[in-house]
Design a protein around this ligand. Sequence first.
Ligand SMILES: C[S@@+](CC[C@H](N)C(=O)[O-])C[C@H]1O[C@@H](n2cnc3c(N)ncnc32)[C@H](O)[C@@H]1O
Length: 425
Amino acid sequence: MATGIPTCINSNVDDDLSFSLNYNGKNSKEDIINNTSNADVQQVIGITGNPENRLYFGDNLHILRSLMGDPKIFGNVKLIYIDPPYAKKARFNSRSQEHAYSDTLFGSKYIEFLRQRLIIMRELLAEDGSIYVHLDSTMAFPIKIIMDEVFGEHNFRNWITRKKCNPKNYTKKQYGNISDYILFYSKTKDFTFNQPYIPWDEGTGNKEYQYVEEKTGRRYKKVPIHAPGVRNGETGKEWRGMMPPVGKHWQYTPEKLDEFDKKGEIYWSPTGNPRRKVYLDNSKGIPVQDIWMNFKDAHNQNVKITGYPTEKNEEMLKQIVLASSNKGDLVLDAFAGSGTTLAVAETLGRKWIGIDNSELSIRTILNRLINGSEKMGDFIENRKKKSLQTELFANRILMSGLKVYVDSEVNTSLDELNTWKKIVE
Ligand SMILES: C[S@@+](CC[C@H](N)C(=O)[O-])C[C@H]1O[C@@H](n2cnc3c(N)ncnc32)[C@H](O)[C@@H]1O
């Protein structure tokens, strides 16, 4: 029975049963950490403010490796969200048909590309940190096995399914593909997690909490006061002349149950069966589950976007950043794209580091942080900057400091560099 509550069998894990993904070109963890060279970066832009966030232009492998040598970063990153290429064998252009990035690695080369970065990112994570890896069905399965190897199967938290777009009119002989996946792992078992809730709407709230207390008018539902499993302690003892049902224990000690009853929070059925009253006004809502239906990407909606391809839904990033970090924590996105994670982190008072090796990405991020983005991704034109002063200020996302670095291994044209500088002037 797939949805039943299973009884756990305590068996010692036999090492011989463990498995891993093997392929040509798989390097050892030690080799990756010890033999990956540091990036040689130069600061090209500085915006004064506190905290000082960082945006890097270059290959994230070497930049991430350099961050391992930075005591402010190493072991201090609370949250990593990455949305890497998905092995689509495709080029991605912006809405204005400018080249953004190519997604050409596939098979074992793709797996090793991502694995190398995951191994280094794990080193950067704080002990109570978490990582979210966004993928689609192309590579999610092999990367799950790699994540189990790198972070430990016991640190796997969720395989989140996200509805990414509206239903498609498929002409192929298969079901429409409207989902992608986010693999959520923590570094250890003690990780930051602020449980998100979906607030009750009147209809569902009233349906779920169907009883109304006569004296107070409070809505409540009745829930059992016992749970599966036999206990020998207090919760396995008699309460009000009753033992817990066979194979079960009380959810609370008899003393606590007495307290509930005194406050009128136990409902006694006509046959003498006790149930606990759980009140709607004490409920924060429905805890968010692992299927996310409300975060479609913005390309066909009338909402603000940058025009960078594969830009992710800001509200989805808000949910992740709020759940897995607190104000002042450090957030990292090493495949920053249009900077959705960075903009959200900035808005929510987190420190952040972004990395990308696409010129258009860096330009887009700077534009987004300084000038905001407009409906369907039309950047606010530079020449209107003066007349739109108030609106621009309202749109400006960056309120703290920022340093932009370029890796000496990548070629940035002087024109592009000047464009970036003009954006922040
Ligand atoms: C799917 S997009 C990320 C989109 C982003 N989540 C957003 O909301 O806009 C992937 C990004 O990874 C970047 N990228 C790919 N390989 C990289 C590498 N080796 N180093 C740094 N960035 C890389 C690409 O340039 C691209 O911007």
